[in-house]
Design a protein around this ligand. Structure first.
Ligand code: KG4
Ligand code: ZN
Length: 350
């Protein structure tokens, strides 16, 4: 059973960030190291095989840095928490193998964590929010709308049928030659653009009858056609204006749908609080729209700090903590699981 001043390690390698964090049993984050793999920028998207190889190269330096920043030794660690899925299978395996080796070598418990639950728990690095509430986890790999009935009891209300929200931002940025990952740049350039310049489609996906799934592939294709039809202006000022208008119009369409879905999810569940998490939760328009929604219903909107929003290991530690405190552990046979559908999630024990 983990005590309040015991230290433990958390590891996250489900996508393209190699992450390690040291936490205390009372939930204090002592270090939270994220090494974002630069190697994918030239491909303007994550290449799974390269990502797993990079995890292998980066893991030990990241682990050493996490220990150093927490002023800790390996021998101080009383447990190991690790993401077991969902994610890229080769990437998950690197983190899981490292976690098992450390747990076995140190003779301490291993706890596997659902990555999505990690995103939900990330807020606890900032503030406590008592369920029930509605949550949107949106990143380069996920877009899920959930009802957090209590910690450990999650209902998946809706998800993307195709591209993840962050993937749509990244693909639009790629079309406009803005580099990878594109979300932060699109967000910044959108602020200088006219959101009504292009009438991009909103995929409502049965919203009027309570449908909470989303789809971004049609929107992405519409942006592609608009850019092809218009052609990229060669003159600097005209190009900047065009790019800003496309970013603003695209972002408005994506955010309008997400906020409308959250509104219906809150009505359906009776929740007056809403949590954003995942890299896309850094988006300024999404935050503003969600805060306005919460305000309209007399509730509150929450999101973690940017470091805790995007992939990181501290959130994995926070998600493992309730089980560690109860003295639970997983076996060293624990398997990595690529798909959320194959992971027990709705009834995660806490
Ligand atoms: O949670 P995260 O680090 O996990 C993944 O590796 O997917 O999220 C990264 C995603 C990227 O697609 C990135 O473009 C997007 O989050 N993102 C944003 C913003 N900041 C990051 N999307 C929109 N607006 C932002 N400000
Ligand atoms: Zn994530």
């Amino acid at each position: 059973m983990l005590k309040a001043d015991d230290r433990f390690l958390a590891i996250e390698t489900s996508c393209d960030d190699t992450c390690a964090a040291v936490l205390r049993g009372d939930g204090t984050i002592l270090s939270n190291v994220v090494s974002s793999q630069g190697i994918h920028a030239e491909y303007e998207g994550v290449v799974p095989e390269l990502a797993s190889r990079e995890h292998l190269a980066l893991f030990l330096p990241v682990l050493r840095q996490a220990l150093r920043e927490a002023d800790s030794e390996l021998s101080d660690l009383r447990a190991i928490a690790v993401t077991r899925g969902p994610g890229l299978i080769g990437c998950l395996l690197v983190g899981l193998a490292a976690a098992k080796g450390l747990a076995y070598g140190l003779g301490v418990p291993l706890v596997g964590v659902n990555h999505i639950e990690g995103h939900l728990r990330a807020i606890e690095g900032v503030t406590r929010i008592e369920p029930p509430f509605v949550a949107l986890v949106a990143s380069g790999g996920h877009t899920e709308i959930l009802f957090v009935e209590s910690w450990g009891r999650y209902e998946l209300l809706g998800a993307t049928r195709d591209d993840a929200a962050g993937e749509a931002f990244d693909k639009v940025a790629k079309l406009l030659g803005l580099g990878f990952p594109g979300g932060p740049v699109v967000d910044r350039l959108a602020a200088q653009g006219d959101a009504t310049a292009f009438a991009f489609p909103r995929a409502w996906m049965g919203l009027e009858s309570g449908g909470l799934d989303v789809s971004f592939s049609g929107l992405k294709t519409a942006v592609k056609h608009a850019v092809e039809r218009h052609g990229m202006p060669t003159e600097d000022e005209a190009r900047n204006r065009f790019v800003g208008d496309v970013c603003a119009s695209f972002q408005a369409a994506a955010v309008e749908v997400l906020v409308a879905k959250l509104e219906v999810a809150m009505k359906q569940t009776g929740a007056d609080r809403v949590l954003l998490s995942g890299g896309v939760a850094c988006n300024s328009a999404l935050r503003a729209g969600t805060a306005a929604l919460a305000n309209r219903v007399g509730g509150t909107a929450y999101w973690p700090t940017p470091r805790l929003c995007s992939d990181n290991a501290a959130m994995i530690g926070l998600a493992a903590l309730p089980r560690l405190i109860l003295g639970e552990r997983d076996s060293l046979d624990l398997a990595a699981v690529a798909n959320l559908d194959d992971l027990p999630f709705g009834e995660t024990r806490v």
